[in-house]
Write a protein that binds this ligand. Sequence first.
Ligand code: NAP
Length: 253
Amino acid sequence: MSTTEQRVAIVTGAARGIGAATAMRLAEEGRAVAVLDLDEAACADTVERIRAAGGTALAVGCDVSDAARVDTAVARVAQELGPPVILVNNAGVLRDNLLFKMSESDWDTVLGVHLRGAFLMSRACQKHMVDAGFGRIVNLSSSSALGNRGQANYSAAKAGMQGFTKTLAIELGKFGVTANAVAPGFIATDMTAATAARVGMDFEEFQAAAASQIPVQRVGQPADVAHAVAFFTGEQAGFISGQVLYVAGGPLG
Ligand code: NAP
């Protein structure tokens, strides 16, 4: 494939938050972007913003934890936009609880969306990347991979994303495919707003408290994460693989 040809990216969980910012940033980088989320109608806003800026985007409804739907969604992207050779596994959910109160459903839901979802999406897309001799996979990990109270399920999933990423890097490198993980700290999105609500704090106060603990003295924005994803998915990033980049306003890891 010539580098002047438009490459196709899939961003999961792209209806809002980090995924929406990433989809818009990749479109700015010249990628045709499949905006994938649970509810296809919810993707309309991101798709319209990309198109209004002159980019190419397609809304795709899909539950990333459902193998049959993933295969159908990836085949649809390949048919309507072209072979997906950039994949950002961003879809996520929280089911926070202390271990003694955590249900099996809390565990299975979180592992199912983050880890099983990343596995299914990567498996479905890798054949297009191998055929193209080019691929970029970026998996969303988290600072919670290092351990976080009330998040046994989420921290296990996000640590798992790091091992998964390194293994993809080893297996797929010879096909021109890189795999890297971006591990955000506190990013202001609906997800962190929901956490604030759960602990009974005003979101502004919650962000101020978080910012005071962060070396750069502010919380992250979705665009901060999108910037890191754009770097890893760039044409010139072919020798950078199996890495975990903490995007947290200070050192972690
Ligand atoms: P968000 O605002 O909650 O957005 C997550 C998106 O994923 C939502 O649109 C959600 O759809 C979608 N989604 C959930 N389950 C899905 C499924 N089974 N299939 C397809 N899409 C699904 O979250 P965010 O803060 O942008 O986080 C994005 C990623 O970054 C997540 O992986 C998260 O764990 C990670 N992260 C976030 C932070 C942070 O501080 N915000 C920090 C570290 C890591 P619905 O709206 O329909 O549920």
